[in-house]
Design a protein around this ligand. Structure first.
Ligand SMILES: [Fe+2]
Length: 288
């Protein structure tokens, strides 16, 4: 069975050139920008390409993708949902092998397996609650560049991963652990409510997590009402959570709640929202 390693989340963003300033003013860098003119990249004949990758001291990255989208199924999603987090991407050693594996475990395929020249092979699946799962296998020497894995700025900010809102938390934890081979690194559930931190077996070196959660803030409940079980938040940890949070406000993010102890997470946590509605969550540094 393939190992599934968290790589990026993708924001479909109507105005990425404006939206990216929030992130750039808040300790992020641009490790890669791909567009139509980039040789061999994602050329399928169906539509344009405009991807900007953003990174903050960690392997887990953000991808901002601009309309019009490359494939019909993507354009349909954007027409329905507007700007928002569209998918999470997982790197696997062999993408083709995972198609049957995911389909036989309740996922559906949104975009069939395709080989994108000498860059990557992949497809897009939809998990049992409707969240999009991009599967990617690098081929040849291609790789979206990494940044240095080191806390950024005087606040020591690092991207940590992603939060996905669930309707039936227990069954989704089961699916992500059994089918995507994730393991539970923090479990704060009771009566099918709460949250779980999941990681793959590279957790010690890469320190990336995906969090499955029920809505706990009004902003999360509103996202769930609007989009159903959604990929809701970009998750960070910082050495100085207060300063990282107020720097985010200065950078243009909307405050939701300033850092305070969060019993579910077991750490001081602050929440913000970016203009297109995605939630940004900053927590105290996660111990390994
Ligand atoms: Fe992606």
């Amino acid at each position: 069975m393939s190992r599934y390693q968290l790589h990026h989340l993708c924001i479909y963003e109507r105005h990425p050139r404006d939206a990216m300033w929030n992130w750039l003013k808040w300790y992020h860098a641009i490790p890669a920008y791909y567009w139509d003119g980039y040789a061999d990249m994602h050329q399928t004949g169906e539509g344009g390409v405009d991807y900007t990758f953003l990174a903050c001291g960690a392997p887990f990255q953000l991808q901002l993708e601009a309309p019009p989208y490359q494939f019909e199924y993507e354009r349909k999603w954007f027409a329905e949902h507007g700007s928002g987090i569209n998918h999470i991407c997982w790197i696997v050693p062999n993408a083709w092998e995972t198609v049957d594996h995911l389909e036989s475990h309740g996922a559906t395929v949104a975009m069939p397996y395709e080989e994108f020249g000498g860059t990557y092979n992949g497809f897009v699946a939809i998990d049992p609650e409707g969240r999009w799962v991009e599967i990617m296998e690098y081929v040849g020497g291609f790789k979206t560049p990494d940044v240095e894995f080191h806390p950024v700025g005087h606040v020591g900010l690092q991207a940590l991963g992603v939060v996905q809102l669930c309707r039936d938390l227990d069954t989704q934890v089961e699916w992500y652990t059994e089918v995507l081979s994730q393991r539970v690194v923090h479990d704060a559930r009771s009566d099918n409510d709460g949250l779980v931190y999941l990681a793959d077996d590279t957790y010690r070196e890469r320190q990336c997590v995906s969090v499955l959660s029920t809505p706990s803030t009004e902003a999360e409940a509103a996202l769930m009402d609007r989009h159903g079980p959604a990929i809701s938040s970009v998750l960070y940890h910082a050495d100085d959570v207060e300063a990282a949070w107020s720097d985010a406000v200065s950078a243009g993010f909307e405050p939701i709640s300033p850092p305070a102890h969060d019993g579910r997470i077991g750490a001081k946590t602050g929440y913000l929202q970016e203009p297109s509605g995605n939630i940004v969550q900053i927590r105290e540094r996660l111990g390994l």
